[in-house]
Design a protein around this ligand. Structure first.
Ligand SMILES: O=C(O)C1=C[C@@H](OP(=O)(O)O)[C@@H](O)[C@H](O)C1
Ligand SMILES: C=C(OP(=O)(O)O)C(=O)O
Length: 440
């Protein structure tokens, strides 16, 4: 379910700084995959730290509607999944509603291609505009039969009963969702399914498949598995989402006097581009108490305010920070000197066109932001404040909420209900740490 039509408004007064210790909700990518793999495993999977955001609840409800018994989530994020095995799903009574979630739609396209029954997957207004050919085209070459609109957007009708054949696919886009969709279809395919990534992307699917006892080979940028195996239930401790932590990293970096510790943050090296980019800009981030939790590296991140400088963002870091650019653009708006981003055209096909929507918001606040086809040029200036249209994009809304820490005027952000897709409790947590935010 998505509330994108509800015009929840954030009102953020200027000034303040961030202090204390916060723990942001569980990782969205890992939470989705815990439900998918737990449902298809043999045995009972216990998940803790599950993200109770609307996106992951769409995935959870989809598997429930296909006959998987799932207990929870409890208030503290515990979910128990009674797996039905790779061939134990049942046809759902109605459509699978994927809400705002690209991850659900794209990963499930692969999984559903291997089932014996037909499934129709729908999305909200934003998801209904997002490109699906990036998965439907390679899945079709594996033998899947998927109907989409003429331009390749949802709803998707995935036909059951296809005999899938493993393929070797040279991915044109660096996308973890495409990689994952093909690997998940590969569980049902004959022979080997292998992908080559043009650049490293988040590797949670590979790590978690291995955690469920499924052999996945990684050889540089080449990832492969053999169809016909089985998944064995396991326990999953979901770390906090570094993509949610990023708002606080930026907020504490830009707001003078801040000293904030963000606990239990997932530090998977395919996700830490935001830390590398902020450090290149001069941020003061200290990584403490590094440990491993359920196969994923985790740490506490202490952030103290520091003067930031504008940089040319290295393109190799783009896929490793793909969801953090709205927050990073705010950091750039308060840096000294211009920041230039290139090689990031993928940002134009997220929940909103994140290049254009961020540029519009920055300009509304008095900053010189120039969108380019594959990035942006941000020349920091006098960040006043103003009214922002988040276009129903959670990450735009949270980024501008943090910007108010350094603005000179209030910031009003419209269309914020979708913050609940990835970060339920954001307003309370941000207010507790020092952002002067209220929601109406
Ligand atoms: O695999 C995943 O869990 C995700 C992959 C990324 O998308 P792309 O694969 O489109 O880059 C990211 O933007 C999204 O929030 C989550
Ligand atoms: C792009 C995102 O998610 P999804 O693709 O799952 O909608 C995101 O959370 O920033």
């Amino acid at each position: 379910m998505s509330h994108s039509s509800t015009n929840l408004q954030f009102n953020v007064q200027p000034g303040g700084s961030l202090h204390g210790t916060v723990r942001v909700p569980g990782d969205k990518s890992i939470s989705h995959r815990s439900i998918m793999l737990g449902s298809l495993a043999e045995g009972t999977t216990h998940v803790s730290g599950f993200l109770q955001g609307e996106d992951c609840l769409c995935t959870l409800n989809a598997f429930r509607s296909m006959g998987v018994a799932i207990d929870g989530p409890t208030d503290d994020g515990k979910v128990t999944i009674h797996g039905v095995g790779l061939h134990g799903l049942q046809a759902p009574a109605g459509d699978l509603e994927m809400g705002n979630s690209g991850t659900s739609m794209r990963l499930m396209s692969g999984l559903m291609s291997g089932q014996a029954f037909d499934v129709r997957m729908t999305g909200d207004a934003s998801l209904s505009k997002r490109p699906m050919k990036r998965v439907t085209v390679p899945l079709a070459s594996m033998g899947a039969v998927i109907d989409a609109t003429e331009i390749g957007t949802p709803p998707l009708l995935v036909h059951g009963g296809s005999k899938l054949q493993g393929i070797h696919y040279d991915m044109p886009v660096a996308s973890a969702q495409v990689k994952s969709s093909l690997l998940l279809a590969g569980l049902y395919a004959q022979g080997e399914t292998s992908v080559i990534e043009p650049a490293p992307t988040r590797d949670h699917t590979e790590r978690m498949l291995r955690g469920f006892g499924y052999a996945v080979k990684t050889d540089g940028n080449h990832i492969s598995l053999q169809g016909g195996g089985k998944l064995t239930a396991t326990d999953i401790d979901v770390p906090s989402d570094i993509s949610s932590a990023a708002f606080f990293m930026v907020g504490a970096s830009i707001a003078a006097g801040s000293d904030l510790t963000i606990e239990h943050v997932g530090m998977n090296p395919t996700r830490t581009g935001v830390i590398d980019i902020l450090r290149l800009m001069g941020a003061n981030l200290e990584i403490l108490n590094e440990r491993e939790v359920g196969g994923e590296p985790v740490a506490d991140v202490r952030v103290r305010a520091a003067p930031l400088k504008g940089i040319q963002i290295p393109e190799a870091l783009v896929p490793l920070a793909i969801d953090e650019f709205p927050a990073l653009f705010i950091a750039a708006a308060f840096a000294e000197g211009q920041t230039v981003l290139t090689g990031a055209e993928e940002l134009r096909v997220k929940e909103s066109d994140r290049i254009q929507v961020m540029a519009d918001g920055l300009i509304a606040c008095g900053v010189d932001a120039q969108p380019t086809p594959d990035g942006i040029i941000i020349k920091p200036g006098n960040f006043t404040g103003g009214t922002i249209d988040s276009h129903g994009d959670h990450r735009i809304a949270m980024s501008f909420a943090m910007a108010a820490l350094r603005a000179t005027q209030p910031i009003t952000i419209n269309d914020c209900a979708n913050v609940n897709t990835s970060f339920p409790g954001f307003v309370g947590l941000a207010a507790g740490a020092g952002v002067r935010i209220s929601a109406a």
